[in-house]
Write a protein that binds this ligand. Structure first.
Ligand SMILES: [Cu+2]
Length: 269
């Protein structure tokens, strides 16, 4: 399998593998730069003042009666106000542009995957292909990935740092996340919301594969002797820690919706 020789990138937040994570990293860097407008002068002055006004022979003028300067007052109010306005503008625009529910490229062919958080593993259902996998999310690189996310246990949080975004998984609800991997690669995904005993081991491999490799991944999953119906699903949903990657060659239709409906008394959201 291609997942065997794949190396995970280190510090994925700084080495984005897709447009969402790249935009998030750039926003982070821009925000830091803008804030340095205050941080650099403040730290410089802290040392400069201590030196200039020191008791033993400093050069500062002694002015005990001084109390107000309109110039200083203007600087300490206007500069931060300008920074807050700039950050607000940037964040407002980027937050809307990076809306996780928005399709990345409405014109492109999207791969839909349904994600279920369980104790303590991740189930990935491919409704269009009728297959499923546990703790391994494979998808073609360069093709938008559209995730529908729910939980069959307490609140979890789905996150693939190299691709960006983080979105909660909640029982009885469906959240969405749209991601794209620019190039083939192998990324770590995990639950970011503490959920009990198996939480530290609750991670999965996200494999962005070239088209051909994705097709052979699907063919390989289709060879699995295991299938996922209501009964095998119940067995899978039982708590387990460090669950191995496993494949299901067939999935009962509407399994994802029925998992949500368990918590909504038969009514969809
Ligand atoms: Cu909710």
């Amino acid at each position: 399998m291609p997942m065997d020789g794949c190396t995970l990138i280190r510090a994925p937040l700084l080495h984005p593998a897709g447009p969402v994570a790249l935009a998030e990293r750039d926003l982070l860097f821009t925000a830091v730069l803008v804030m340095l407008i205050v941080i650099v002068p403040v730290f410089t002055m802290a040392f400069l003042f201590a030196w200039r006004y020191r008791a033993s022979g400093g050069r500062g003028r002694y002015t005990p009666e001084w109390s107000y300067s309109a110039k200083i007052d203007a600087i300490i109010w206007l500069v931060p106000a300008a920074i807050v306005a700039t950050l607000g503008y940037l964040l407002w625009n980027e937050t809307h542009r990076l809306d996780p529910y928005r399709q990345l490229d409405p014109g492109a062919e999207t791969l839909e995957v349904e994600v279920v958080a369980q104790n303590w593993k991740w189930l990935f259902i491919y409704p269009e292909l009728g297959i499923a996998a546990v703790n391994e999310l494979a998808f073609p690189s360069g093709r938008p990935l559209s995730l529908k996310i729910t939980s069959d246990t307490v609140m979890n949080s789905f996150f693939i740092p190299a691709l960006g975004g983080q979105i909660y998984a909640m029982a009885g609800m469906r959240t969405r996340l749209n991601l794209l991997a620019d190039k083939p690669g192998c990324f770590r995904g995990r639950n970011m919301q503490y959920s009990g005993d198996g939480f530290p081991e609750q991670h999965f491999k996200a494999l962005a594969l070239p088209r051909k490799d994705f097709d052979s991944w699907v063919a390989n999953v289709r060879k699995s002797p295991q299938t996922l119906d209501r009964a095998t699903y119940r067995a899978l949903a039982a708590p387990s820690i460090g669950h191995p990657v496993s494949y299901y060659s067939d999935v009962t239709p509407n399994l994802f919706d029925s998992i949500i409906e368990k918590y909504t008394g038969g009514h969809p959201e």
